[in-house]
Design a protein around this ligand. Structure first.
Ligand code: TNX
Length: 501
């Protein structure tokens, strides 16, 4: 095969050889692995039209799982003549190969086709996540499904759902029914919120699983629990209207939080469950065991961020107990890296690092503690990977506390170089979180996340050093893919495609 211009694929594959000509898609039949075939049929129909796909189609798309091919989640894709063959090492690999196929689609005067191409591919990191905060503003089942589609299309394989925060509790808990009923009836702009029933949540988990996305639920503890106190005032104490909370509230023109009353502001670090009351641990035990039961995936996220008023010994005592309650459900607990300040964490826990790519203060040390205790790290540096940071200073949505993050900055980081003293083997992967203080609709979420989410998809998937793993190549590929994103209903803000600053 002759090498021509590389196709606009994100994340860029390990190996791509482009041949001569193209494979026409005027009349297509899809055969092979039935789950992947059914999903591809739907996705392809949306792009090229359902009429082009039928059992008598002249171009063959053959889907197979073949463990002899590549590595975990890897795949091979061959397109030439009148056939396209996608073989996954496993079912997730087949999903990844079909996502590549969808990005190869192009249309010219002769109609839809894909270029003749030979691709071998596998991911760099096992964990490639996005996070949706449904607590500050609630997003219903359909929106979450669309969010999963966006993530899966870029080969992300984890969806972290931030289910609880000061402004709302979004998951039904049978043993504590008021959590959702009362704690879910508010949001960060004084709206009426919402919550997932257990059936809603199961529907999300099943939809994600069919697309090889593992859902990681988070109950944020011991702070960010004001909404739990709206439901059950005795569970939560709020002695900590700190200077930070006062300043933030003044700057935002928002009232300070009041105990037991729904909170519609954005200040953080003012709430906590009662660490010295036994009842608190019964509550946590109930919540985490009901959540574990709803969760086929291996992880439970237990929060740990921004406990600004919690004395260090109380914080340590809390995580000594709660990390073990979480681990006893059979799941691996994940916590924000500040929980690494607690000396006696359950072993093998995963830390999620959110401070900057150049760690200051104790952030790096706290994060490293997870690796020292046999665990691993997920990297979400806020000055690169936070999808809610403004892409430019004048952007109408988003926050800027970690800086503005234009596309070029979002692309410019190396996960293994952030934390001193943490070996590359302890980096499980990366995650791009979308916090939703300023985001109330999926269209607004799109405007903030695209195209930066694509930068993190590539950082999580494509090893550095390849000829296309450069800003210039990435930037050009984003511009080429944007029309396809728009065609699939994603609200891309064209201004953010520029480098900006
Ligand atoms: C920090 S960093 C938070 C969230 C906010 C976010 C806004 C971290 C783990 N927590 O509570 O929503 O900033 O960008």
């Amino acid at each position: 095969m002759v090498l021509h211009d590389a196709p606009a694929l994100i994340p860029f594959p390990s190996s791509v050889r482009v041949g001569e000509g193209s494979v026409p898609l005027a009349s297509v039949r899809i055969t092979g692995e039935p789950n992947a075939a059914a999903l591809l049929r739907d996705d392809l129909a949306e792009r090229i039209g359902a009429d082009a796909i039928h059992d008598g189609g002249t171009t063959l798309i053959a889907l197979a799982i073949d463990p002899a091919i590549g590595e975990t989640e890897g795949y091979a894709l061959e397109a030439s003549g009148d056939a396209i063959r996608v073989a996954g090492h496993d079912a997730a690999g087949l999903r990844n190969g079909t996502r590549t196929l969808l990005q190869l689609l192009r249309r010219d005067d002769a109609g839809w086709s894909v270029p003749a191409v030979s691709i071998a591919d596998a991911p760099r990191f096992a964990y490639r996540g996005v996070m949706l905060d449904v607590a500050r503003h609630f997003f219903g089942v359909d929106d979450v499904k669309r969010f999963i589609d966006r993530a899966a299309g870029l080969k992300f394989n984890h969806l972290h759902v931030h289910l609880t925060d000061d402004q709302g509790w979004r998951i039904q808990v049978d043993a504590w029914p008021l959590l959702a009923d009362r704690g879910g009836a508010s949001d960060a702009s004084g709206g009426s919120g919402g919550f997932f029933t257990k059936d809603d949540y199961r529907e999300i988990v099943a939809y994600a699983a069919a697309r090889h996305v593992t859902v990681v639920p988070e109950i944020d503890l011991p702070g960010h629990t004001h909404a739990a106190g709206v439901a059950y005032p005795d569970l939560v104490e709020e002695p900590w209207i700190s200077e930070k909370t006062i300043t933030e509230s003044e700057q935002l023109g928002q009232p300070l939080p009041a105990h037991g009353v729904p909170y519609a502001g954005w200040a953080v670090g003012h709430s906590s469950v009662r660490i010295h009351e036994e009842r608190t641990y019964g509550f946590i035990q109930d919540v985490l065991s009901e959540l574990a039961e709803l969760t086929p995936g291996p992880y439970l996220h237990i929060g740990g961020d921004e406990c600004l008023g919690t004395p260090a010994p109380d914080f340590a005592l809390f995580f000594r107990r709660v990390s073990r309650i979480a681990a006893a459900t059979g799941k691996t607990p994940i916590a924000w890296h500040e929980a690494g300040a607690a000396e006696d964490l359950a072993e093998g826990m995963i830390g999620q690092y959110w401070a900057g790519v150049e760690p200051e203060g104790a952030h790096g040390e706290h994060a490293a503690h997870f690796a020292e205790r046999g665990g691993a790290l997920i990297l979400s540096p806020s000055d690169r990977a936070y999808l809610d940071m403004k892409p430019s200073a004048d952007f109408p949505l988003g926050l800027a506390w970690a800086g503005t993050v234009p596309l070029r900055t979002a692309y410019d980081w190396e996960p293994t170089a952030v934390l001193d003293g943490v070996p590359a083997s302890a980096i499980l992967g990366i995650e791009a979180p979308l916090w939703t203080e300023t985001v109330t609709t999926l269209a607004e979420a799109d405007r903030l996340m695209f195209p930066r989410i694509a930068a993190h998809a590539e950082i999580g998937w494509s090893a550095p050093g390849g000829p296309q793993r450069t800003w210039d190549s990435f930037h050009a590929r984003v511009a080429q893919l944007a029309p396809a994103w728009e065609a699939s209903g994603i609200a891309v803000d064209r201004a953010t495609l520029d480098v900006g600053d």
